[in-house]
Design a protein around this ligand. Structure first.
Ligand SMILES: Nc1ncnc2c1ncn2[C@@H]1O[C@H](COP(=O)(O)OP(=O)(O)OP(=O)(O)O)[C@@H](O)[C@H]1O
Length: 451
């Protein structure tokens, strides 16, 4: 708005405006004071204590719903008012970062207002800020490093929300400072749960598990982001099932690098374009045969058995597989078919890309479990995890290109669909050899496993 006067709005009007914007903060103490006067301080205290006890009981009784519903709100409330997103501290942060331009006439700083704070995970806050006129999103992006220092945060990302409003995504700390050990291989096939396959750890310090049976996985990550550890962690977690023929691997490894050691344990392995296409055609033929078998038996869904194993089509470099001139169209058609039909027959895809861009867009939406490791562009985050994921805290493009951060990324939590920072466990060469030995010979650490 143009301003003609060199005077500020009066303090009483500013206070009234503030109260109108934050009715909860004004009404709550007002209602409590009125209650204390009306009913006495003891009943009011009892009521407050009962409310606090209720919240505590919820916290202990049902962590799943509390963590999704209450925790983000309580955390956001605390951080909104008790950390650096309010009052003088917010003003000082913006002054230090030169993001509060001076008013030409009054000579006072025009401080961009915090509209809302959301805290979807313990380590990340999203601060919605209304820009003052003359500011651009680019100016804020350019000050991301200064903002991180001023907010005492690990890193900061900026995302446009709508005209004049941007989201400042503040990663407060790094949850993962150590490499996570490769999963132990269970001896017994019964010990494997295909509904929760161990891949690493979450920022909550819990096991990071993803469902595999009846799902298609999509993982993106720039070169060196650690995509290999996703595959090898999953394979170690389900190793006894591969050994027993209950999980079959069909591996396409166009780079002949990452997955070359899987050749010995794969049902099919291909690296050359013609061979890759042939393997996918055979995979689809197997899928159709299973469909016929299930139809003949009057079943609609497969159950893992030696007759109907879980088939995993591992696609390293999905982008290049779909980009091969002559084969691209055929490959896309076949993978789309697997994407829509394979979940019921036990034919799943595990696709990995460096850039989740247009080439892979047509099949990307068929994948049901998405993982985003370090990527090179902010746009790749939403392309992988879905619209709005970065704004809700998935700062995968801000993960430094440093081997010390390999394997770190984001997934969406299954129930809430909120981003969660995770780290894949690291499977080194000797552990891959151990897996191959275990699956192909049934030996583990010199001991032979009796299936
Ligand atoms: N989960 C992990 N934890 C710690 N370090 C890891 C992890 N995964 C990989 N690394 C380290 O990062 C390096 C690169 O990993 P990797 O080759 O899996 O990346 P990538 O995403 O597959 O890259 P490219 O697309 O180029 O093949 C590894 O050699 C290893 O040193």
């Amino acid at each position: 708005m143009l301003s003609y006067s060199n005077r500020r709005m009066g303090a009483e009007w500013r206070a009234a405006l503030w109260a109108a914007r934050h009715p909860g903060l004004v009404l709550t103490p007002g209602v409590l004071s009125a209650s204390a006067v009306e009913f006495g301080p003891v009943p009011t205290g009892v009521f407050l204590g009962a409310a606090a006890a209720g919240v505590g009981a919820w916290y202990r009784a049902h962590p799943d719903s509390f963590d999704v519903v209450a925790a983000p709100r309580l955390r956001a409330l605390r951080r909104r008012w008790l950390s650096r997103y309010a009052g003088r501290r917010w003003r000082d942060v913006l002054l230090d970062c030169e993001l509060a331009p001076m008013h030409r006439k009054t000579g006072l700083p025009r401080v961009p207002r915090v509209v809302r704070v959301r805290s979807f995970s313990p380590s990340v806050d999203t601060v919605f800020v209304r820009l003052v006129s003359g500011q651009t999103v680019r100016q804020w992006e350019a000050k991301a490093e200064e903002l991180a220092v001023a907010l005492n945060a690990e890193r900061v990302g900026v995302e446009k929300v709508k005209p004049q409003v941007l989201g400042v995504i503040v990663q407060r700390r790094e949850s993962f400072t150590e490499v996570i050990d490769a999963p132990e291989m269970p001896w017994d096939a019964d010990a494997v749960d295909l509904g929760a396959v161990y891949l690493g750890e979450t920022e909550y310090g819990q096991d990071w598990c993803e469902p595999l049976a009846g799902q298609h996985w999509f993982g993106s990550g720039a070169t060196g982001a650690g995509k290999g550890s996703l595959v090898w962690s999953a394979l170690r977690s389900v190793a006894p099932l591969i050994r027993d023929g209950l999980v079959r691997l069909w591996v396409l490894d166009p780079k002949r690098m990452e997955l070359v050691k899987s050749e010995r344990i794969a049902h099919r392995y291909a690296a050359e374009p013609d061979d890759c296409l042939a393997v996918v055609e055979e995979f689809v033929a197997d899928l159709e045969a299973t469909e016929r078998r299930l139809a003949a038996e009057g079943r609609r869904k497969f159950a893992v058995s030696r007759e109907t194993p879980l088939n995993l089509l591992v696609l390293d470099e999905l982008g290049s597989l779909l980009g091969w001139g002559d084969h691209a169209r055929a490959m896309r058609k076949l993978l789309s078919y697997v994407g829509t039909q394979g979940r019921a027959t036990g034919h799943s895809m595990l696709g990995f890309v460096q850039e989740p861009t247009k080439d892979v867009v047509p099949v990307r939406d068929l994948f049901t479990v998405r993982m985003c490791l370090r990527v090179t562009s902010a746009g790749h985050v939403d392309m992988t995890l879905g619209d709005g994921a970065r704004l809700r805290g998935a700062l995968a493009d801000e993960i430094p290109n440093d081997p010390a951060t390999a394997g770190i990324g984001y997934v969406l939590r299954q129930k809430s669909r909120l981003p969660m920072r995770v780290r894949a466990s690291y499977v080194d060469d000797s552990e891959i050899d151990e897996l191959v030995e275990f699956v192909s010979t049934g030996r583990l650490g010199g001991l032979r496993v009796v299936a």
